[in-house]
Design a protein around this ligand. Sequence first.
Ligand code: NAD
Length: 380
Amino acid sequence: MEKEKILNDACDHFRALVSEQLDRAEKLKNREILDYEKLDRIIIGFCGGDGIGPIITHEAMRVLEELLKDRINAGKVELRPIEGLTIENRKAVGKAIPDDTLSEIKKCHVILKGPTETPHGTGMESANVAMRRELDLYANVRPVKVPEENIDWTFFRENTEGEYVLGSRGFDVPDTLAFDFKVTTDEGTRRIARAAFEFARKTGKTNVSVVTKANIMKKTDAKFSAICREIAKDYPGITVDDWYIDIMTANLLNKNRRSQFQVFVLPNLYGDIITDEAAEIGGGVGTAGSANIGDRYAMFEAIHGSAPRMIERGHGAYANPASIMRAGVLMLNHIGFTSEADRLSSALDKCTTGSGKVIMTGRPDGATAKEFAEAVMKEM
Ligand code: NAD
């Protein structure tokens, strides 16, 4: 292809992207934050998802029904099952989230979501990526605790920008070269930084670590880091330090250092990678949930996937619902139901450790999801 033509195509492509991103940045300036305390009734939506999703979500809903029964009877809380977020439906309509399901989701305030399958090679967008965008869930929050090592980390991963916002909109010249784009907006960084510092303030944490690759990504990451430091000025009791992602991945493996870290704030891609590393250190499946938080909506889910092979083997009933129930704890804290959150959290601790541990193997030689839920309700 002639060089002049490639340059013109590239300029047109880049111009369209910049224009679109300027519009997005402008929209971010008008924030309206929902105050749950002012609501007469909080609607909690439950989306089962795929594979083991409906099984574990159903058990989580039963546990929450029991835990919140007084508030439900008083009409202050509604638990609302939402149908349709299944791979069969999504394939049939060719959309990551079918329109009618999305409009039901938008009638709720918070969502507890089962894992959703993303088929390889179909080009279909992941339901999670679509939900983060549609509900503007900009903060992915993941706690990781290892009490015996004094590890108590909370990760705030920016969830809507960076490498992901234009992930399928790169530019390539066949057989020659390829570009991808990474975009951060100042407001996008401010809101994730503020979420991390607010969390640190509310929970009595004394340090926030900003993790980037600002020595290489000199526009996006350097600005991310500078904006986090600006926000930090509003939180005088909280110290802030800066790290590069490469050394931080090593720090998390260093048993002499890792317990010193408390709260992390990171751009999207680094957050994606390091939260999986941290979850593994924290004990993997069952040990934690994940929160996706925006100004108007919030979605909570397990950290694992839909385990399709468990279903193929006929072992779905033996899926471990602990991770989605931990997501339930995050949800209860988020809407301000802290005493119920503590009750569920300590019941889960009792059912996953020590002498009261319910043995979950994922096979018929272990307990079922239903039996696990019953043990949790007994402990509550
Ligand atoms: P996976 O988490 O589904 O499975 C990994 C392994 O962990 C498997 O051996 C599985 O049997 C086991 N496992 C997972 N959850 C379990 C549970 N609750 N109880 C017992 N065992 C459990 O990961 P994968 O195989 O990479 O992904 C399968 C599908 O899930 C893919 O389509 C992927 O896109 C999707 N996925 C969805 C989410 C989400 O919705 N948040 C997250 C990750 C993966």
